[in-house]
Design a protein around this ligand. Structure first.
Ligand code: GAR
Length: 202
């Protein structure tokens, strides 16, 4: 049995679906222990249920961040999760959460960090006139879109692009690199020196 991952999402859930697909096709050795959403209406939550996975909603509306995060930590611990995967989870995590899983939380962000942190990164890159954008998988620390980088993929901005066509090509890369990064971290074939994640090639 593969190691146990817990997935947090807020919306569409296409990164979660790509991860689930890569587990199914044998590219990624892992088991999805639980999928958690902060929005009951998140399509990704419905997908998780349709796939027969443990799917839990902890609504973020009307609850303080620390209280919500304590619920998330409890659910992740209950499902004995080795690694937490943020897959379009659009809430900031409090230190309570981050300290509960030290260097055991990954996030994917749709830009080449440290460029364009925050919301709507693809639009930010497009409007800025960047010629190359992409996506970044990184460990989560207490600063937004900041921790050590595990994997990045570059995506050129083409002359005929709109923010939407660029986003779609970035998303296709996200669906590949996230599973690769999860595989690296679950295998333990890496070490972190300062900000640098050094991967032992096999
Ligand atoms: C993805 O593009 C992901 O990189 C981005 O949200 C989208 C979620 O799509 N995440 C962030 O912007 C986090 N700052 P999905 O729900 O289809 O996986």
């Amino acid at each position: 049995m593969g190691k146990r991952i817990g997935i947090l999402l807020s919306g569409r859930g296409s990164n979660f679906e790509a991860i689930a697909g890569n587990i199914r096709n044998g590219m990624l050795d892992a088991e999805i222990a639980v999928v958690i959403s902060n929005r009951e209406a998140a399509p990704g939550l419905a997908t998780a249920r349709a796939l027969g996975l443990n799917a839990v909603c902890h609504p973020s509306k009307g609850i303080e961040r620390e209280a919500l995060d304590a619920q998330l930590v409890a659910t992740l611990r209950q499902h004995d999760v080795d690694l937490v995967i943020l897959a379009g989870y659009m809430r900031l995590l409090s230190p309570v959460f981050i300290r509960a899983f030290p260097q055991r939380i990954l996030n994917i962000h749709p830009s080449l960090l440290p460029a364009f942190p925050g919301l709507d990164a693809q639009h930010q890159a497009f409007e800025y006139g960047a010629k190359i954008s992409g996506c970044t998988v990184h460990f989560v620390d207490e600063q937004l879109d900041h921790g050590p980088i595990v994997r990045q993929a570059a995506v050129p901005v083409l002359a005929g692009d709109t923010a939407e066509t660029l986003s779609a090509r970035i998303l296709a890369e996200e669906h590949k690199v996230y599973s690769e990064a999860i595989g690296i971290v679950l295998s333990g074939r890496y070490r972190i020196e300062g900000r640098r994640v050094l991967v032992e090639e096999n």
